[in-house]
Design a protein around this ligand. Structure first.
Ligand code: AMP
Length: 550
């Protein structure tokens, strides 16, 4: 028997039309670095998104299925592109502006982008690449920045505002099969070539509902969310879509991502929620410690993309800002888990739940696979590789050698689950604790040492600003941990003290304590702000680190 329910396709245009009509007064505020930020209502965003779609179709000849890229900061125009492009049936491709130029070229060519919407301030990055981008026919420039760098290298250049001016503020959004491609994002490629993940209208729509749920980010029209996580990094964790759904005001930092302007933005605009990776929160903490600011409006913050050190969470607790840990990946849209403790617990009892990566929502099924391929129990102790499946989880990557979607064996199981490459344990009540990346775990004498556990314990030391631990080859044990430590400004600590601290305060077993140590000026980071352990391993191998062996 079939159901008797309507079969309305979950199209992104429905989110846009809902947001502009029902929440027309909600706002997108973009930081400008000037006396006043720029403000635009959802009603205006709706009008302008329709104008942009009209322009892309009538002036640039964009048709359904064409890939249209953005190389932009988080701002109102980027939100307009987020909705205009998929709603008209084209595919939004967000380009990561922190990637090395050769990777950007590879990605644009691989996706066959026809148009690039770019912020004026990013033209110096784009212009030198253009001779290597044969599929790109049009450049659309928004916001301030010197256009002359495009002279002689660009195909057709358009000014965003001139392009959309005077066009109709409605568009006959096509009724799309909800499985149609809406947006694409490439993985940040720490191993091998970047891989393209293509989100559907359906996956984005369902993911937006999850983002808003009380068990996730719990956002309503009473909230203002400061979206620091870039729009080029997994759709800014789904926030722009989720906000149009429920009328959440957006605060967009544009290119002002340094701790000082972020602190100013928070104090002046008083967001209730924010989303960013741990390095941003580390930087902001150092800033407000030196120059106090009122952060108290931010009652809840989503932190993820890399492990949140418990010490960071504690430090923000003291400022009245509650960090909630989340785990996800480009391949998971990204919401995988969020660490809200179960109901009915006191602060002390909540703590062990808060420091996990979080609990799986109904839409994300999870399993742990042991080294021998066996499925492990959710008993809070058995560690294995995490595999997930669900309606907003990737089932393949875009465009293999023959142009078809492809499913590499190391990324997808035979029965279609995504192999996350993350190693961890799951408690009986569904809380995930990651102990490592499969490739970062330290295999010492047949036992595993968690680099993340060592890092968290080190970062709890008052003299330590950041710490990254990697596996290095060892004749006797196969691998041993190397601890690289960034000291806080003006702080000192000798290695013996840190080692003792790990054993006593950190509760690290004796055989897991690192004997190789190095103080470094900064931990190398990937294009999306995560520890780049590949670089540390290379620096060690090439003798670039000043290593002390205890
Ligand atoms: P990306 O696709 O660039 O967002 O990277 C996804 C990867 O980031 C995951 O597979 C994890 O290894 C890591 N990651 C994301 N969130 C967390 C978290 N809360 N704790 C630890 N690692 C995380």
């Amino acid at each position: 028997m079939y159901s008797t329910m309507q079969d309305v396709q979950l199209n992104i245009s429905r989110l846009l039309e809902h947001g502009r009509r029902v929440h027309g007064g909600s706002t997108v505020t973009t930081w400008t670095g000037e006396a006043e930020p720029h403000r635009r209502t959802f009603a205006e965003i709706g009008d302008r998104a329709a104008q942009l779609a009209n322009a892309l179709r009538d002036e640039l000849g964009i048709e359904p299925g064409d890939v249209t890229a953005t190389l932009m900061w988080n701002n109102a125009e980027h939100v307009e592109a987020y909705f205009a492009i998929p709603s008209m049936g084209a595919v939004l491709h967000t380009l990561n502006l922190r990637l090395p130029p050769e990777q950007l070229v590879w990605i644009v060519n691989h996706a066959a982008d026809r148009v690039v919407l770019v912020n004026g301030s990013l033209l110096p990055l784009l212009a030198p690449l253009l001779p290597h981008l044969p599929t790109v026919e049009h450049i659309v420039v928004a916001g301030p920045g010197d256009r002359s760098v495009l002279d002689g290298v660009a195909p057709r250049v358009h000014e965003y505002e001139e392009l959309i001016a005077g066009r109709p503020t409605t568009y006959p959004w096509p009724e799309l099969d909800e499985r149609t491609a809406a947006a694409m994002c490439y993985t940040s490629g720490t191993t091998g070539d970047p891989k393209g993940v293509v989100y559907s209208h359906r996956s984005i729509y369902l993911h937006s509902m999850q983002v808003n749920m009380a068990e996730s980010m719990a956002l309503t029209d009473r909230d203002t969310t400061l979206i620091v996580v870039p729009q080029f990094h997994v759709n800014a964790w789904g926030l722009p879509h989720a906000t149009l759904m429920t009328g959440v005001n957006m605060l967009m930092p544009d290119r002002f991502l340094q701790p000082a302007p972020l602190a100013e933005m928070i104090e002046r605009e008083r967001p209730t929620h924010a989303a960013a990776v741990p390095t941003i929160w580390q930087g902001l903490l150092a800033e407000v410690t030196a120059n106090p600011r009122d952060l108290s409006s931010m009652t809840h913050v989503t932190i993820g993309g890399a492990a949140c050190p418990p010490s960071l969470m504690e430090a923000y607790d003291k400022l009245g800002v509650r960090l909630c840990h989340a785990w996800g990946m480009t391949e998971t849209s990204p919401l995988g888990t969020m660490a809200h403790p179960p109901a009915g617990l006191g602060a002390e009892e909540e703590w062990p739940y808060r420091v996990t990566q979080g609990r799986f929502p109904a839409g994300v099924e999870a399993r742990l696979v042991g080294p021998g391929g066996d499925h492990l129990p959710w008993d809070g102790t058995s560690a294995g590789e995490l595999e997930v499946r669900g309606t907003w989880i990737a089932g393949a990557y875009f465009g293999g050698a023959d142009g078809e979607a492809f499913r590499p064996e190391d990324k997808f199981s035979e029965d279609g689950w995504l192999k996350t490459g993350d190693v961890g344990i799951i408690s009986p009540d569904g809380y995930l604790t990651l102990t490592d990346r499969a490739k970062d775990v330290i295999k010492s004498g047949g036992e595993w040492i968690s680099s993340v556990e060592l890092e968290n314990a080190l970062m709890a030391h008052p003299a330590v600003a950041e710490a990254a631990v990697v596996a290095v080859p060892d004749e006797r044990w196969g691998e041993r941990p190397l601890a690289t430590v960034v000291l806080k400004e003006g702080a000192t600590a000798d290695y013996e003290t840190l080692k003792t601290f790990l054993a006593t305060e950190g509760g690290i077993a004796k055989w897991q304590l690192p004997e190789r140590w190095a103080v470094v000026p900064a931990v190398p980071k990937t294009s999306v702000g995560k520890f780049d352990k590949k670089v540390i391993r290379r620096q060690y191998a090439e003798g670039e680190l000043d290593v002390t062996q205890l």
